[in-house]
Ligand binder design. Structure first.
Ligand code: ADP
Ligand code: MG
Length: 245
């Protein structure tokens, strides 16, 4: 097997407050390869967001190591872009295009003009060309999440980190967004690390699924996803049994 793109090895994460120490994950290991749609699945509080923060370089492991392309992750970087659940992750005083351009320019990636071209390309990919000059407050929740995805993709990161990006959407929109993400992936074959607590979403989105046990998160199982509906149903039952056994 080729070298993994992202290697998370025996990672323990903790939060220290003045009163106590919270262990979020305990010795979690997984490897994401280029082109994977890798899903972290587990109940609320099992440390999924903490793992994404650690990969993002915002939360240093107290034990273990995270490497990206063989290089130790020691802080945030434009090679790892994050998409969050919240609709307010966009800058409200900037238009859609300006929101997508902003990280490109501030990371010193390219001049404004070139960045604008790149931004338009990705705004088009998420189907928002008509709204490039609109402000976030005029958009629906699903549209805001599309902007956040376009912004992340425009940076062309090594890996896109998505923390329950569709969890706050209504069921129908959520379904549409899942389909759109898969379509984008078919088109571009980026690498994504996707967090969810929904078994159904994990099966729809993932090529690989890492199942985490409740607080503190530990690896319960790792599995390949399935494309056939009957296989997906079997997988759903299997995961359900593992989680609620
Ligand atoms: P998940 O995303 O799977 O719901 P989190 O990674 O957000 O889980 O949280 C894992 C554990 O760490 C939980 O017990 C949570 O309460 C705790 N936690 C998360 N963030 C903080 C923080 N900033 N300070 C203290 N504890 C935290
Ligand atoms: Mg979370």
């Amino acid at each position: 097997m080729a070298e993994p793109l992202l290697d998370v090895r025996q990672v323990t994460l903790q939060y220290k407050t003045s009163e106590r120490v919270v262990t979020a994950t305990h010795r979690v290991s997984f490897a994401v390869h280029a082109g994977d749609r890798f899903v972290l699945l587990g109940p609320s509080g099992c440390g999924k967001s903490s793992l994404l923060k650690a990969v993002g370089g915002y939360l240093p492991p107290i034990e273990g190591e995270i490497t990206l392309k063989g290089k130790r992750v020691s802080g945030p970087g434009p090679d790892r872009m994050m998409v969050f659940q919240e609709f307010d992750q966009l800058l409200p005083w900037k238009t859609v295009a300006e929101n997508v351009v902003f990280p490109l320019v501030s990371a010193g990636r390219m001049p404004k003009r070139e960045a604008m071209g790149r931004a338009r390309h990705y705004i088009d990919k998420v189907g928002l060309s008509r709204f490039a000059d609109s402000y976030p407050h005029t958009l629906s929740g699903g549209m805001k999440q599309r902007v956040a995805i376009a912004r992340g993709m425009a940076m062309e990161p090594e890996i896109l980190l998505m923390d329950e990006p569709f969890a706050a959407l209504d069921a129908l929109t959520r379904r549409t967004m899942q389909d759109e993400l898969l379509r984008l992936w078919d088109d571009t074959r980026f690498t994504v690390l996707f967090v969810t607590h929904s078994i159904n979403e994990a099966i729809r989105i993932g090529t690989r699924i890492l199942l985490l046990s409740p607080h503190p998160g530990q690896v319960r199982a790792e599995m390949n996803s399935a494309s056939e509906p009957t296989q997906q149903l079997a997988l759903e039952t299997q995961i359900h049994d593992l989680l609620f056994a």
